[in-house]
Write a protein that binds this ligand. Structure first.
Ligand code: PBG
Ligand code: ZN
Length: 326
């Protein structure tokens, strides 16, 4: 055959492929999530998330010290507590394990560690919903007021970045105003901008003890049939003062990541969620795949779609095994 075009020319040898490849996964753009619970001296592995633990603040500081030695310098904290009530009071009090942990981490590591924390009420409400329930309904505006207090409390504790995952309307603007009013002008807001209703959160809800007792999250999280609506959320979060915008989950939502990349100048983050992690671990356990190759394929795909920041439970394993250098 006489062919003008033979794409295989650029695939022939490792040297040629390393000249022509398009996407680099930078491990410094990855953030490791952690679950922080009440008490002290506690570290228990989470069912469904092998290698991921629920830890008391003292124990978390030790685990993160080990991870810092591995090369991790960006973390995301989620709170887990038994102290739940209708108005999510424990979300913003000084005993909230996340607030305790943030203080201890910033004392120990200062600016060497980027500490971000989830801002949501579902770990603190007795209903397990991301907002407070008043007269049988999730009350958007009351929830936003509490979320704002929680974000400010985290900033006071020294948190570098707050990440609202509740999907209430207007919360980014309210949190930004709350932070500015208290002179927390440097606190970064990483908004869960397009957060969808998803079956991929199952292991997380087990970890955070935050499954809604009654009902689902369809009244506030996005409908997975929708794409244009995500750009509407993007415009709002940008206007309200977000610094980083996120798509969640990641792998079934690569189209949204790409839309975000093409429609904002802000950094785009993606959350490689608990169910995506668990799915890989289950395939590995069943000897159906190579873990390192699968993790790199997934995270490179998320990067290729347009995310420059990825939250992923795989980070510690990547650094331990050097999968990014393979
Ligand atoms: C809380 C929150 C959830 C996740 C992050 N923040 C769970 C949910 O909304 O039900 C999911 C993260 C994961 O699955 O890894 N709003
Ligand atoms: Zn929530």
């Amino acid at each position: 055959m006489e062919l003008n075009h033979r794409p295989r020319r650029l695939r022939r040898t490792p040297a040629i492929r390393s000249l022509a490849f398009e996407t680099t996964l930078a491990p410094e753009r990855l953030i490791q999530p952690y679950f922080v619970g009440d008490g002290s001296g506690i570290k228990e592995e989470i069912k469904g998330l092998p290698g991921i633990y629920r830890e008391s603040p003292d124990q978390l500081v030790r685990s993160i010290a080990d991870d810092v030695k591995l090369g991790i310098n960006k973390v995301m904290l989620f709170g887990v507590t038994e102290r739940k009530d209708p108005m999510a009071a424990s979300s913003k009090d000084v005993e909230n394990p996340v607030i305790v942990a943030v203080q201890q981490l910033k004392d120990k590591f200062g600016d060497d560690l980027f500490v971000s924390a989830d801002v949501c009420l579902c770990a603190y409400t007795d209903t397990g919903h991301c907002g407070v329930t008043i007269d049988g309904e999730i009350d958007n505006d009351r929830s936003v007021a509490i979320l704002t207090e929680m974000a400010v409390a985290l900033a006071k504790a020294g948190c570098d970045c707050v990440a609202p995952s509740d999907m209430m309307d207007g919360r980014i603007g309210s949190i930004r105003a709350g932070l500015e009013a208290q002179n927390f002008t440097d606190t970064i807001i990483m908004a869960y901008t397009a957060k969808y209703v998803s079956s991929y959160y199952g292991p997380f809800r087990e970890a955070a003890k935050s499954a809604p007792g009654k009902g689902d999250r369809k009244g506030y999280q996005m409908d997975f049939r929708n794409r244009a609506e995500a750009l509407r959320e993007l415009r709002l979060d940008e206007a309200e003062g977000a610094d980083i915008v996120m798509v969640k989950p990641a792998l079934a939502y690569l189209d949204l990541i790409s839309d975000f990349k093409n429609n904002t100048q802000l950094p785009v983050a993606a959350y490689n969620v608990s169910g995506e992690y668990a799915a890989v671990k289950l395939m590995v356990e069943a000897r159906l795949t190579d873990e390192g190759l699968m993790v790199m394929e997934n995270l490179t795909a998320i990067t290729r779609a347009g995310a420059s920041i990825i939250l992923t439970y795989h980070l510690r394993d990547i650094l331990k095994n050097g999968w990014h250098n393979a």
